[in-house]
Design a protein around this ligand. Structure first.
Ligand code: THG
Length: 372
């Protein structure tokens, strides 16, 4: 295959030379920036992540900073999740939705100061939307994208590695909380979060030199823990039911279709752009929903992503993988709501995906997957 031409539009990160030296095999482009997708193989990366500890260059998780007297008001306008009880050290997984109740992005929001928030965004131009809203609504805020390059430390040995670098203080960081920890005289925001369910942290590096020093120190101090390079892993994130904006949902979908209902506080009195539209959708019902599909014993991924009930097309697979742990084909698919109802009355049975001359029978279930 041809290679990717890299210019200023497709940005490198302070860690790109290290990621290269560690043998990255493939990249994707996310927020106009390089994101590794594979080091060993998807499967070897998966087992290493589940057994040891990995250091990820997730600089692509750009921070859209919203700062000023109206910062809270703007962030609350952008999401149907009630943020009024936000604690000082809290991180929130947020659907961002427009006035039609459709998804713009699904960042982690960090309440960084009294009057400042970071939106740690997935792959879409949140900054432009936020600036437009701020100007259009006459809000007193400054919207920017500061240079911050998060590093994720993920895996069962992440706690031990982070203790060695930052001290026992990391034990006091609870899930989706953060602390500012000293690193050679600079304070880095360190949160217990990350795009895997293997546990771990994210360090919001705002100094490239110290960031590279931290990167190297993680590898030095983690040698006996079998630390290795890594990246968000397709298999792990599907098994764990972590959604990928742009893959599993996009500007055409509402959070009610994506299993994000629990982050939509439709019965609360909040000032949010999407509230009316989402309440309407909730009353009327949504046309399709994201569901999990599973085929145990299957060791090949279908090329055709159309999902059938009997001979009718009722949806499409948006992401899929082979799970080595469960010996199964796993998919995240957007399916017609009426078809889902029918199939769930039949214990999730009855759906299939075309595989050449055969049909692959798949079992339908809610996300996150429940494995027996
Ligand atoms: N970390 C940071 N920024 C990010 C991501 C991240 N930006 C892009 C992308 N990932 C945003 N998407 C998600 C999706 C899911 C989760 C985090 C970010 C996640 N969800 C948990 C779950 O679904 O179980 C927990 C949610 C909760 O309890 O609120 O972690 O990974 N910095």
């Amino acid at each position: 295959m041809a290679t990717l031409s890299i210019s200023r539009r497709i940005r490198k990160t302070p860690f790109t030379s290290r990621v290269e030296a560690l043998g990255v095999k493939a990249y994707t482009v996310y927020n106009n920036m390089l994101l590794a997708t594979e080091f060993r193989s998807f499967e070897a990366d998966y087992w290493h992540l589940c057994q040891h500890v990995q250091v990820w260059d997730v600089s692509v998780e750009r921070q859209v900073q919203i700062k000023g007297p109206d910062a809270f008001r703007l962030v609350q306008l952008m999401t149907p999740r009630n943020l009024s009880k936000a604690q000082d050290d809290q991180c929130f997984y947020l659907p961002l939705c427009d006035e039609n109740g459709l998804m713009i992005n699904d960042p982690i929001a960090i309440h960084i100061e009294q009057d400042a928030w970071w939106l740690s965004i997935a792959d879409s131009d949140v900054q432009l939307w936020a600036k437009g809203l701020a100007v259009g609504m006459g809000l007193d805020v400054d919207v920017s994208e500061p240079d911050i390059w998060p590093i994720a430390i993920q895996g069962p040995k992440a706690d031990e590695l982070m203790r060695r670098v930052f001290g026992d203080i990391v034990d006091d960081i609870r899930f989706f909380r953060y602390k500012r920890l000293d690193y050679h005289g600079r304070k880095f925001v360190v949160s217990r979060s990350g795009w895997s369910k293997q546990g771990g942290f994210e360090v919001y590096v705002d100094d490239p030199v110290l960031g590279c020093q931290l990167w190297d120190e993680l590898f030095e101090k983690g040698a006996d823990l079998n630390v290795g390079p890594g990246c968000p892993n397709l298999i792990e994130r599907i098994e764990s039911g972590l959604l990928s904006f742009g893959n599993d949902m996009d500007f055409h979908h509402s959070p009610l279709q994506c299993g994000l209902r629990k982050y939509c506080h439709l019965d609360q009195d909040i000032e949010s752009l999407s509230l009316d539209a989402l309440r309407r959708q909730d009353r009327q019902g949504v046309p399709s929903r994201l569901m999990g599909l599973m085929a145990v014993g299957q060791n090949e991924t279908p090329e055709d992503k159309t999902v059938y009930l009997e001979n009718n097309k009722i949806g499409e697979v948006f992401s899929d993988c082979l799970s080595p742990r469960y010996g199964a084909y796993l998919a995240i698919a957007m399916l017609d709501s009426q078809a889902i109802e029918k199939v769930m009355m039949n214990q999730g049975q009855g759906l299939s995906i075309n595989m050449g001359s055969q049909a692959l029978a798949v079992k339908c279930m809610e996300i996150p997957f429940e494995f027996e």
